[in-house]
Design a protein around this ligand. Structure first.
Ligand SMILES: Cc1cc2nc3c(=O)[nH]c(=O)nc-3n(C[C@H](O)[C@H](O)[C@H](O)COP(=O)(O)O)c2cc1C
Length: 360
C-alpha cells in the first residue's frame, strides 16, 4: 500500500489532525523528536506572539503501540491551545449563548495576497474567516509532525533531510526594518536530502516524476511562489557542457563530478544530494494595510489587520523539510514496499547490492 497523508484542522479550531496510511509495521517513533520539529516550526525571527501561546506537542490516537507503528493508520493530533480564546467564534456546532471572545465579528475586508477574496468568491462566504482559517499556515504543524515520521522511516534507509534559510545573513535586519515599517518580508529556503539512492521516482508518467512531486509538495506550502531543483533557473543561462553532471565511477558506485541537477534526472533520483529551493513571498497580513473593498458595503476600505508574523522564512525551512521528507518517503515506499520495516530495509539493501551503490 502506498504511503498517504490526509490532514484536517483550522487555525483556531480545536485541533489539527493527520492520518498517515501505508507505514510499515515496526517503525520506532520518538515523541521528543516529533515535538522538537514542532518547536522548530514555531521558532524563528519575526514570528507572532501566537507562538508563545502554542507549545505544540503531538498526540497519537491510533496506529502506534509502545512506540512502534502497527502498520495500521497512524492518527496524529496537535491541539490548538489558542482555541480557548475562540470557543464561540470557532465553535464546530452552532454556538450557544452571547457572542464572546475572538472571531465573533464577521470578516469582510479581504487582504490582498491571502485566501480571503478568492475564498469568499469561490465558496460564497459572508464571513471571510471561513476561508482564512483553513488557508492559514497553522495546519503546517501536522505536516511537520508527519514529516518527522517520514524522516524516521527515511533514516532506516540512511537518508537525512535538512532544511535551512538559504541566505540567513541579514535576515534579522530585514525583519527589524520591515517590522518598524509595519510591513512583512519573505525569503528563500533550501532543503537538502543526503543518502537518497538512485531510482526513486520515474520518467514513466509526469505524475511519477520525483522532481514534479517535490516541486508540488513544496509549492503546496502557503506563501511559496517559486521552486527550483538543483541549479534550477540558472541552468537556463548555461551551455549543455557547463550544465550537466559528468558520470564517473568511484568506490561508492557510479557518481557525478558535480550536482547541478540537484540529485534528479529524468524525474528519477540519481544518487546525488537532492537540493530543492523555494521562494517565499512577503506575508500578506500587514499592520499598515493595503487597499481593499468591504465585501459587505462594496465601499473602498483597508484590508483586515490581525495578529500576524512579520516573517516566517525559518518556519518555512522546517515545513519544506517535512514536505520533502514526506515525498521522499512516499517514493521510497513505492520502490521498496514491505509490510514490516524489516521487509522495507531488506528490499533497500538488496537493491543497493544489485546496483553496487553505497551512500556517501
Ligand atoms: C509557516 C508559515 C507561516 C505563515 N504565517 C503567516 C502570517 O502570520 N500572516 C500571514 O498573513 N501569512 C502567513 N503565512 C502565509 C499565508 O498563509 C499565505 O500567504 C496565504 O495562505 C495565501 O496563500 P499563498 O501565499 O500560497 O497564495 C504563513 C506561511 C507559512 C508557510
Amino acid at each position: 500500500m502506498g504511503l498517504a497523508l490526509t490532514t484536517g484542522g483550522e487555525s483556531h479550531g480545536p485541533a489539527l489532525v493527520a492520518i498517515l496510511t501505508g507505514l510499515p509495521a515496526g517503525l520506532v517513533l520518538d515523541r521528543d523528536a516529533i515535538d522538537a520539529d514542532l518547536r522548530r516550526r514555531q521558532q524563528g525571527y519575526g514570528r507572532s506572539p501566537r507562538q508563545q501561546i502554542e507549545t505544540d506537542a503531538v498526540e497519537v490516537l491510533a496506529g502506534l503501540r509502545h512506540g512502534r507503528t502497527l502498520g495500521t493508520p497512524l492518527a496524529l493530533l496537535v491541539a490548538n491551545r489558542d482555541h480557548r480564546n475562540w470557543t464561540w467564534g470557532m465553535s464546530p456546532w452552532p454556538p450557544e449563548g452571547e457572542p464572546e471572545g475572538k472571531g465573533k465579528a464577521a470578516v469582510t475586508l479581504p487582504r490582498p495576497g491571502h485566501a480571503d477574496l478568492a475564498g469568499a468568491q469561490k465558496y460564497g462566504l459572508a464571513d471571510v474567516r471561513d476561508a482564512l482559517e483553513r488557508a492559514s499556515a497553522r495546519h503546517t504543524a501536522v505536516h511537520v509532525a508527519a514529516g518527522a515520521v517520514a524522516k524516521a522511516l527515511l533514516r532506516a534507509i540512511g537518508v537525512e533531510v535538512a532544511g535551512s534559510v538559504h541566505d540567513e545573513a541579514g535576515l534579522q535586519t530585514r525583519v527589524d526594518e520591515a517590522r518598524a515599517a509595519r510591513d512583512t518580508v519573505g525569503g528563500v529556503v533550501e532543503v537538502r536530502a543526503r543518502g537518497v539512492p538512485p531510482g526513486l521516482g520515474s520518467y514513466a508518467t509526469k505524475e511519477s516524476r520525483l522532481d514534479a512531486r517535490l516541486a508540488a509538495a513544496v509549492m503546496g506550502i502557503q506563501a511559496v511562489k517559486g521552486v527550483e531543483i538543483g541549479e534550477g533557473f540558472r541552468l537556463a543561462d548555461l551551455r549543455g557542457s557547463e550544465a550537466h553532471d559528468e558520470i564517473v565511477r568511484d568506490e561508492t558506485g557510479l557518481r557525478r563530478t558535480s550536482n547541478r541537477a540537484g540529485g534528479v534526472e529524468a524525474g528519477v533520483s540519481n544518487g546525488e544530494e537532492i537540493v530543492v529551493r523555494a521562494a517565499m513571498k512577503p506575508l500578506p497580513t500587514l499592520m499598515k494595510p493595503l487597499g481593499s473593498v468591504d465585501l459587505d458595503t462594496g465601499q473602498p476600505a483597508e484590508a483586515l489587520v490581525e495578529r500576524s508574523d512579520v516573517a516566517a522564512v525559518e518556519a518555512l525551512a522546517v515545513v519544506a523539510e517535512a514536505s520533502v521528507a514526506w515525498e521522499l518517503a512516499v517514493a521510497a515506499r513505492e520502490k521498496f514496499g514491505g509490510d514490516s520495516l524489516g521487509d522495507f530495509v531488506g528490499a533497500w539493501r538488496a537493491y543497493l547490492e544489485r546496483i553496487d551503490w553505497t551512500a556517501r
